[in-house]
Design a protein around this ligand. Structure first.
Ligand SMILES: [Zn+2]
Length: 193
């Protein structure tokens, strides 16, 4: 079923007593995962758009990132290929993963004790960053590279460091952002629904 983001009715302070809170709102985990997925859409990687969202213990977002080339390094000059005769002609030596960017983009002093929502289970390089940054848990959606050495090493590191990780089980397969929804009827207090 399709999910629409509509009025944040829950935040209204002057809802008539007779009206119950809406059912059609995002719960925190799906909201944070949706933010990660929205951020992913910024990625220029033609094969893999990945986003990450870091959340503190007060449910405040403190960092967002997506996979991309380092700052100042022209995306149009560096390769996006997944395979080539020369590894230097693939994206791998150059690209920054979403997790790295989310941590580096943090708008708080640090991300100790925070949770990371990320589309893909983190690779071993990102696991190192997650551990050193002091994150406490990782919530991922897909584990499609589970059997690769990178993911095996990642699990080994996360396990040793005592960092929790769990797969996100979405209640819905889609969150639709409809810019036109704000123009639908029933938005103003007191307006007819
Ligand atoms: Zn990674």
């Amino acid at each position: 079923p399709t999910r629409r983001i509509q009025t944040p009715r829950r935040q209204s302070t002057d809802t008539p007593a007779s009206q119950t809170p809406g059912e059609d709102y995002l719960e925190w985990p799906e909201y944070f995962m949706a933010v990660a997925f929205l951020s992913a859409q910024r990625s220029k990687d033609p094969n893999s758009q990945v986003g990450a969202c870091i959340v503190n213990q007060e449910n405040k977002i403190v960092g967002i990132g997506y996979n991309g080339m380092p700052n100042g390094c022209d995306d149009d000059l560096l390769p996006w290929s997944r395979s080539a005769d020369d590894r230097l002609d693939t994206k791998y030596p150059y690209v920054c993963h979403a997790e790295l960017n989310a941590i580096m983009n943090k708008n708080s002093a640090d991300v100790k004790g925070c949770s990371m929502y990320v589309a893909l289970f983190p690779c071993n390089e990102c696991a190192k960053l997650i551990i050193q940054a002091g994150l406490k848990e990782v919530i991922y959606l897909s584990d499609k590279y589970h059997d690769t050495p990178e993911m095996t090493a990642s699990r080994r590191l996360l396990n040793m460091a005592g960092i929790q990780y769990r797969q996100f089980e979405p209640k819905r397969t889609q969150v639709v952002i409809d810019f036109n929804s704000i123009n639908q009827a029933g938005m103003l207090n007191g307006a007819t629904n």
